[in-house]
Ligand binder design. Structure first.
Ligand SMILES: [Zn+2]
Length: 156
């Protein structure tokens, strides 16, 4: 069974928003989320999305949340992508992305991976298993692990 798009994962996040994908629509992919991932998605909404709003003080667009494996393949996501389990979301706050990244890195927010992707911030959440990793996506497609101090020293 798929979760209804009207279902609220948290006060400010519906399944419709978490699963919306223009790419999926354009390519005829059904990006409905199986209910097996509802708990992960709820954890993400509760522990990442909701605290992010007051932390940044701006609206936060989700560019990509849950991804059907077919959609993930299309966007060339890694096959183990946490997006496919409803454990990750690509966040686009209505402010400078690097500044938002630094605010998040400095916060007490719990995350598994926080990745500066240039035009969005990938944030994942794994209840009880968060690694609290900070990474940066490089132009060549690779990722660099950063310490908190390295992240705060990043420049545009
Ligand atoms: Zn992502």
């Amino acid at each position: 069974m798929n979760v209804s798009p009207d279902w609220k994962l948290s006060a400010n996040l519906t399944v419709a928003t978490f699963t919306h994908s223009n790419k999926a629509i354009a390519n005829g992919i059904d990006n409905s989320m199986p209910d097996a991932y509802l708990e992960f998605a709820t954890d993400w909404a509760t522990n990442i999305y909701e605290p992010l709003l007051p932390l940044l003080g701006v609206s936060v667009h989700i560019d990509s949340g849950y991804r059907d494996p077919k959609l993930n393949q299309l966007v060339k996501g890694v096959s183990t992508s946490q997006h496919c389990n409803g454990q990750a979301g690509d966040c686009v706050p209505a402010m400078n992305i690097l500044k938002a990244f630094k605010v998040i890195v400095s916060s007490g927010l719990a995350w598994d991976q926080c990745i500066f992707e240039g035009s969005w911030i990938h944030l994942s959440y794994l209840a009880g298993k968060n690694r609290h990793e900070i990474l940066k996506h490089n132009a060549d497609g690779s990722y660099t692990h950063l310490t908190k101090d390295q992240a705060l020293a990043l420049e545009n």
